[in-house]
Design a protein around this ligand. Structure first.
Ligand SMILES: Cc1cc2nc3c(=O)[nH]c(=O)nc-3n(C[C@H](O)[C@H](O)[C@H](O)COP(=O)(O)O)c2cc1C
Length: 141
């Protein structure tokens, strides 16, 4: 199974989670703002920071422009100051393209000013790894 991990991270919090997920998938985490090739993908993990209760605009534009029929399935993760998922717009974009999105999404806290200091921490990263394992099992089975 061809598994890839892409992310958009302004301050590095989502990047940390992406690295952990990529480690569990035996691949590298790809920053969408750096040169990369995606190609045919069976399962795409997609990560973003939450800004003003929305996923990052750059990531949404990127997903809008993804060619149809290149990606089979996707799983979404995010970091947010409040630790509350706000990635519903990503699900809409992906499903509109006929991409199956894993029903559960992962979100952990990411530090913002005084809020959520020290996050993502070890526990958050462990939970992210467990999420990756669960998604992998679901798509392999
Ligand atoms: C301008 C700005 C707006 C933000 N808006 C929210 C928000 O609406 N809800 C929330 O939970 N966190 C919010 N945050 C905190 C980020 O979601 C958090 O720091 C996240 O970990 C950033 O991820 P990144 O470092 O991967 O970009 C905001 C942060 C900034 C800088």
């Amino acid at each position: 199974m061809n598994v890839k991990v892409i992310y958009r991270s302004r301050k590095g919090h989502t990047a940390m989670v992406a690295e952990e997920i990529a480690k569990h998938c035996g691949t590298e985490a790809l920053d969408i703002t750096e040169p990369h090739t995606l190609g045919e993908t069976d399962l795409l993990f997609i990560g973003t920071g939450i800004y003003n209760s929305r996923p990052d605009e750059l990531l949404m534009d990127y997903l809008d422009q993804l060619p149809v029929n290149k990606i089979r399935g996707a799983a979404i993760f995010c970091t947010a100051g409040k630790g509350i998922d706000a990635t519903g717009l990503l699900v809409s974009i992906l499903e509109h393209k006929g991409i199956t999105v894993y029903r559960q999404r992962f979100c952990c806290r990411g530090r913002h000013l005084w809020r959520s200091k020290g996050h993502p921490n070890e526990e958050d990263l462990q939970a992210a790894g467990e999420f990756a394992d669960k998604v992998l099992r679901a798509f392999q089975g």
